[in-house]
Design a protein around this ligand. Structure first.
Ligand SMILES: Nc1ncnc2c1ncn2[C@@H]1O[C@H](COP(=O)(O)OP(=O)(O)OP(=O)(O)O)[C@@H](O)[C@H]1O
Ligand SMILES: [Mg+2]
Length: 482
C-alpha cells in the first residue's frame, strides 16, 4: 500500500489510498526486517494460554516485540516530514493500515482491544513521546520520574509509585529524550549531559544522561496543570484554613511583599499562583521564571522566561537580566517564580523601592531559614555589604514569609505564616501569625492536625484597616479559643 505518507523508496508512482481500503499485504521493501521475522509456523493465540499468568506475560512480551518491529518499519516506511502536517485522524488511519498490513507477517492473532492498544502505542511512538504519552495524558499524575529505561515512577496525590510502563532499552529512552530536546532547539549528549526544557503542553522537563547518570538517563517531568489549584480548592484540600485565606487576601491586596518558602515539590509555585488571584485586575504584573509555569488571571500580565546559553555559551538571558529590564517596564508588581541566585539583589531593591506587592518563592525549610538563604544569596552574588546592612535590606523588603511543606503522608500544607516586624540590633524580628499544629498520626500514616492562629494580632492590622480590610480579631486566636 502506498500513500502520500509512505516513503517513495523505489520511485514508484505515489497514489493516495483511502484509510479503510486496506489491500492484502504486498511484499514491501523490508528485506532487513525479514531476517528477524518469527518462524512461519502459525500459532494462533489460545485463550487457555492466557489464563495462566506466565502465558499472558509471554504474550505481552511478544506483543511488545511486535510493537518494536512495527515501529522500526513505520520509521523506515513513513515520510515523517509529511506526517508532521497531516491531520491526526489521517495519521492514525495510516498507521492502523500499515499495522494491519504488517501483522500478517507475525504469527499472532490480536483481539480487538490488543489491536487498538497496538495502534495507539505506535501512534505515540511515531508522533509523540512513546510510553510517556499515557502518563502525560493522565490528569491525576503530577510528576513523572524516570531512573533508566525500566523504572518510571509517578506521583499521584503526593505519593510516589512505580508504574508498569517501561521503555524498551536505554536507546529507546534516549530517542524520546532527543525528540523532546531537539524540538526546543537543544541537544543532550555525552559532552552536554543535562538539559532543561519545556514540553509542548507546558510541562517542565529535566534530563541528565550518561555518563553522568550512571544507570541510564534520569528524567524528571513536572506536569503542567492547566487548571491550577485555586484558593477555595486549596482550602478544601486542607492546604490552609479559611481564616488564613482571609488573612492572605488582605496581605496580597494591600501590597505586602510576600515570599513563599518550601522544599522541592512542596507546592511553592502552586501557592504563589493561587495568591496572585488576590491581585487587582487593574494592576500591571510582570512575571519572571526559568520555566513559565505561573498562570495569572489578571488582564494586564507580561510573562518573561529566562534562557540558558546556547552551545557556544552565548545568548543567555538570566532571571536577573529579565528583572532589571522589568523595572524599566513600569510594573505595578513583579513576580519572580523562584529566587535562587544573584537576582536576589534586584528583587530586594525592587521590593524596597516602590514595587511593593511583589512576590517570589525560595527553597528553605522555615521562615528563619528563608532569611538565611536570602543572606547567602546576597553574599554569593558578590556584594560586599556588612551583614547588618544586608539584613536591614531584607528586613525592610520582605513583609511576609509563607512556609509550605509536603508532609510524609503526601499532603501539602501551609505550615506557617510569619510576619517580619523589624530589626532588633542585628537580628531580624518576626512573629508567627498562623501555623499548622500536628497532633498525631493515624496507623495508615495520615498526619493529624489543625490550623490555628498564634494569638497575636497582625503587625499589619493598621495597614489592612486603612485599605478597607477589617479582619475579625478572632481569626488570630488559638484554635481552641475560637
Ligand atoms: N495543596 C496541594 N494539594 C494537592 N496538590 C498540590 C498542592 N499543592 C501543590 N500540589 C501539586 O503538587 C505538585 C508540585 O507543586 P508545585 O509545582 O507548586 O511545587 P514547587 O514547590 O513549586 O516545586 P519545585 O520545587 O519543583 O518548583 C503540582 O503538581 C501541584 O499541582
Ligand atoms: Mg516551583
Amino acid at each position: 500500500m502506498f500513500s502520500r505518507y509512505r516513503r517513495d523508496t523505489q520511485s514508484q508512482p505515489v497514489t493516495i489510498t483511502g484509510i479503510d481500503q486496506v489491500p492484502p499485504a504486498p511484499p514491501v521493501n523490508r528485506a532487513p526486517v525479514a531476517q528477524s521475522r518469527p518462524s512461519p509456523k502459525p500459532k494462533p493465540a489460545r485463550p487457555a494460554d492466557m489464563a495462566q499468568p506466565d502465558a499472558s506475560e509471554k504474550r505481552k512480551q511478544r506483543i511488545n516485540h511486535i510493537k518494536s518491529e512495527m515501529h522500526k518499519r513505520l520509521l523506515e516506511d513513513l515520510n515523517l516530514a509529511a506526517l508532521e502536517k497531516a491531520p491526526e485522524a489521517e495519521v492514525r488511519g495510516e498507521i492502523a493500515a500499515i499495522t494491519a498490513e504488517s501483522l500478517s507477517d507475525f504469527d499472532i492473532v490480536l483481539n480487538q482491544e490488543e489491536r487498538q492498544q497496538l495502534n495507539k502505542d505506535l501512534y505515540h511512538e511515531v508522533m509523540g513521546l512513546g510510553p510517556l504519552e499515557p502518563l502525560l495524558a493522565d490528569e491525576s499524575i503530577n510528576d513523572i520520574l524516570i531512573n533508566g529505561p525500566k523504572k518510571i515512577f509517578i506521583e499521584r496525590k503526593g505519593k510516589l509509585e512505580l508504574s508498569d510502563i517501561t521503555f524498551r532499552d536505554d536507546r529507546h529512552l534516549m530517542r524520546i529524550i532527543d525528540k523532546i530536546v531537539s524540538a526546543v532547539g537543544r541537544r543532550v549528549d555525552e559532552s552536554n549531559p543535562y538539559v532543561d526544557a519545556r514540553l509542548r503542553d507546558g510541562s517542565r522537563f529535566n534530563a541528565m544522561v550518561s555518563p553522568v547518570a550512571v544507570d541510564g538517563a534520569l528524567v524528571s517531568i513536572r506536569k503542567f496543570k492547566k487548571d491550577k489549584l485555586s484558593i477555595p480548592e486549596l482550602v478544601e484540600f486542607g492546604a490552609f484554613s479559611p481564616e488564613m485565606a482571609l488573612y492572605l487576601e488582605a496581605a496580597v491586596a494591600t501590597r505586602l511583599n510576600v515570599i513563599v518558602s518550601g522544599g522541592t515539590g512542596s507546592g511553592k509555585t502552586t501557592t504563589l499562583n493561587a495568591l496572585s488571584s488576590f491581585i487587582g485586575n487593574t494592576e500591571r504584573v510582570l512575571t519572571i521564571e526559568d520555566t513559565a509555569e505561573l498562570q495569572l488571571q489578571q488582564e494586564h500580565v507580561g510573562r518573561m522566561e529566562s534562557r540558558p546559553a546556547n552551545m557556544e555559551g552565548k545568548g543567555a538571558v538570566t532571571q536577573r537580566d529579565c528583572l532589571r529590564n522589568a523595572l524599566r517596564m513600569r510594573p505595578d508588581r513583579i513576580i519572580v517564580g523562584e529566587t535562587r541566585g544573584e537576582e536576589v539583589i534586584d528583587m530586594l531593591q525592587a521590593m524596597n523601592t516602590g514595587h511593593d506587592g511583589s512576590m517570589t518563592t525560595i527553597h528553605a525549610n522555615s521562615a528563619r531559614d528563608g532569611i538565611s538563604r536570602l543572606e547567602n544569596m546576597v553574599a554569593m552574588a558578590g556584594i560586599e555589604m556588612p551583614l547588618r546592612a544586608v539584613r536591614s535590606q531584607i528586613g525592610s523588603a520582605v513583609n511576609l514569609i509563607v512556609q509550605v511543606s509536603r508532609l510524609q503522608d503526601g499532603s501539602r500544607r501551609m505550615m506557617s505564616i510569619t510576619e517580619i516586624t523589624g530589626m532588633e540590633g542585628e537580628i531580624i524580628t518576626m512573629q508567627e501569625v498562623f501555623r499548622f499544629e500536628r497532633t498525631g498520626i493515624e496507623p495508615d500514616g495520615t498526619i493529624l492536625g489543625h490550623f490555628t492562629g498564634c494569638g497575636l494580632r497582625s503587625h499589619y492590622s493598621e495597614r489592612f484597616h486603612r485599605w478597607g480590610f477589617d479582619l475579625p480579631a478572632s481569626i488570630y486566636d488559638h484554635a481552641s479559643a475560637r
